[in-house]
Design a protein around this ligand. Structure first.
Ligand SMILES: Nc1ncnc2c1ncn2[C@@H]1O[C@H](COP(=O)(O)OP(=O)(O)OP(=O)(O)O)[C@@H](O)[C@H]1O
Ligand SMILES: [Mg+2]
Length: 309
């Protein structure tokens, strides 16, 4: 549904993004995660046909963003960083206007607006002037205009920014509900945001993709198989000492009934000796598995590596 290859954007001599490569399949919800200035908004502006790239290819819903920007816009709903709302307009009038701009046929505009209002929880404020609404409700209006023409692809630049915790949950639920019917890319520099809503994340830092994977695989991979947990019925000091003595074991910590075993980079081959030591000392092994990093740690690790800070 979205295909990006060798995509770069220069602002003057500076590259905001360089050589991006990624794909998003139909129906997927992908999170674009990166710190401030990483190039998230730049990439999104290019994907929506809002701004041209300096080089490379981007195809959205089968159309090249450069050669067929009109076809792309027809298939894309875009929520920019700053919601593109007209403060002096009434919510429902603004949404009909957005529907017309997106070429919704005249006889379907009313229905499309009603549906967008309902989906984004704007029913109580549909007759109010946008400029008088709270920031969170203005953000919903922005989301509503992105949805009103039922686009195949939704590109949402920080969709929950400025919302209160209750609204954040509601908007996340709304976005999750779009999976399958719509293809969604959303950006965030907040980690819980992407874990809560996305199936896959693309981590971008200083204009480059530093990782892209499912959240599950990314967190496992990041540990490089070096941290394991061993759950036992009866943790005893003899057993812990025995495990500490296994070559390749760097550190062993006890947390309740869980031993956290950190291996040296060459220690992965010693896993059976660790379990053996636990069995010999009769600790009652219940589970032995690779420990997962939280995405927070992954993110820090990916975006603060040397020369990258
Ligand atoms: N119009 C512009 N002219 C010059 N430089 C720009 C322009 N827009 C963005 N940049 C630069 O390009 C880089 C990427 O910016 P971008 O807005 O894409 O980052 P972002 O990941 O969306 O960040 P944020 O989380 O702060 O929104 C930054 O270094 C930014 O300063
Ligand atoms: Mg941005």
């Amino acid at each position: 549904m979205i295909e990006v290859s060798g995509l770069s954007k220069l602002y003057g001599p500076r590259a905001a993004i360089s050589n991006l490569e990624f794909k998003v399949e139909a129906g997927e919800i992908v999170g674009f995660l990166g710190p401030n200035g990483a190039g998230k908004s730049t990439t999104m502006k290019i994907l929506t046909g809002f701004m041209p790239a300096s080089s490379g290819i981007a195809r959205v819903a089968g159309h090249d963003v450069f050669d067929e920007p009109v076809a792309v816009k027809r298939n894309v709903g875009y929520l920019p960083e700053v919601p593109p709302v007209y403060p002096e307009m009434v919510v429902e009038d603004y949404l009909s206007y957005a529907a017309r701009l997106h070429e919704v046929p005249k006889n379907r505009i009313k229905g499309a607006v009603d549906r967008a209002i309902e989906r984004t929880g704007l029913t109580q404020v549909r007759k109010r002037i946008i400029g008088n609404l709270s920031k969170g409700f203005q953000q919903r209006v922005g989301l509503s205009q992105a949805l009103v023409h039922e686009p195949k692809v939704l590109i949402l630049d920080e969709p929950t920014v400025g919302l209160d915790p209750v609204q954040i949950i509601e908007i996340r639920e709304l976005i999750k509900g779009l999976a399958g019917h719509h293809t969604v890319i959303l950006s965030s520099h907040i980690l819980p945001e992407v874990t809560a809503t996305c199936q896959r994340i693309i981590v971008i830092n200083k204009g480059q993709i530093v990782a892209q994977d499912s959240i599950e695989r990314l967190t496992t991979r990041m540990r490089q198989g070096l941290l394991f947990h061993l759950d036992v019925k009866d943790p005893n000091s003899a057993g812990i000492e025995a495990i500490r003595g296994v070559p390749g074991v760097k550190q062993v910590d006890l947390e309740g009934n869980r031993l956290l075993v950190e291996l040296q980079p060459d220690g992965a081959g010693q896993r059976d000796r660790i379990v053996e030591a636990a069995v010999v000392s009769k600790m009652g092994v219940m589970e032995f598995a690779a420990e997962k990093l939280s995405l927070e740690e992954v993110f820090l690790q990916l975006t603060t590596q040397e020369g990258n800070s």
